[in-house]
Write a protein that binds this ligand. Structure first.
Ligand SMILES: C[S@@+](CC[C@H](N)C(=O)[O-])C[C@H]1O[C@@H](n2cnc3c(N)ncnc32)[C@H](O)[C@@H]1O
Length: 214
């Protein structure tokens, strides 16, 4: 099982590398991003004893790119409000750097794991861009003002999921797009508009695109 996971990790990393080669705007960030991963795998930074909410897995840059491009189309169908992106539980921050560096959008990454926050701050010091990193529990921050919010809640406890849905209902602005990984939001505040199969570090998963309708 461990061998299969390692092979999958190498395949995903190679595909990610090939994706980055075609995007010069990502080279600077990716150089510093990979520097540490050259010596330590992402799982060195993750808390190996973590369970439920705090389990780490990642969305490779090419999958993030697919998600952001689709979400952006849905977003601009309904509003011209300036688009800011948030990854709530951003892990090693690769998604926020992708959106910021490639699409020049203001971004916010919220992450509770200190080691990841330090890694993100290290990368942030080498790139220019409007990147807000909140090294704290996402429940202590507001979700207001973001056009697209991404949530990888695959392993979240039922209780956390319920709390998060209540927070999204209350704080997310109307017409904003919320993308969740693995399962959709069950709330009549959100309309499911698309589902897309993507590759992630743990295999394949579905991304669910919702619009906040009230
Ligand atoms: C499965 S990882 C996904 C990382 C990233 N979004 C991606 O797709 O590559 C989920 C991350 O959410 C973080 N997380 C979980 N609960 C959190 C909370 N309440 N506040 C901030 N971060 C949280 C975990 O530490 C973990 O790094």
């Amino acid at each position: 099982m461990r061998i299969l996971a390692t092979i999958w990790y190498l395949v995903i990393s190679m595909l990610e590398f090939l994706f980055v080669i075609t995007k010069p705007k990502l080279w600077r960030f990716y150089f510093y991003f990979s520097l540490e991963y050259f010596f330590f795998s992402p799982y060195y930074f993750a808390d190996k004893k973590a369970d439920d909410d705090f389990v780490f897995g990642f969305t490779p840059l090419f999958s993030f790119n697919t998600i952001f491009k689709k979400a952006r189309v849905h977003y601009y169908q309904k509003t011209e409000y300036p688009l800011a992106f948030c990854d709530a539980g951003c892990g090693d921050g690769r998604g926020v750097f992708l959106v910021n560096q490639l699409y020049d959008r203001p971004v916010c990454g919220m992450e509770i794991n200190e080691k990841f926050v330090q890694k993100i701050m290290f990368m942030k010091s080498f790139v220019k861009g409007n990147l807000l990193i909140i090294g704290d529990d996402m429940f202590n921050s507001e979700f207001q003002g973001y056009g697209i919010i991404f949530i990888t809640w695959t392993t979240f406890k039922d209780e956390t999921e319920k709390r998060l849905i209540a927070k999204l209902e209350k704080e997310v602005m109307q017409n904003a797009i919320v993308v969740t990984l693995s399962y959709p939001i069950s709330s009549d505040y959100f309309e499911l508009i698309e589902k897309k199969r993507i590759l992630v570090s743990w295999g394949k998963s579905d991304a669910y695109f919702h619009r906040k309708v009230k």
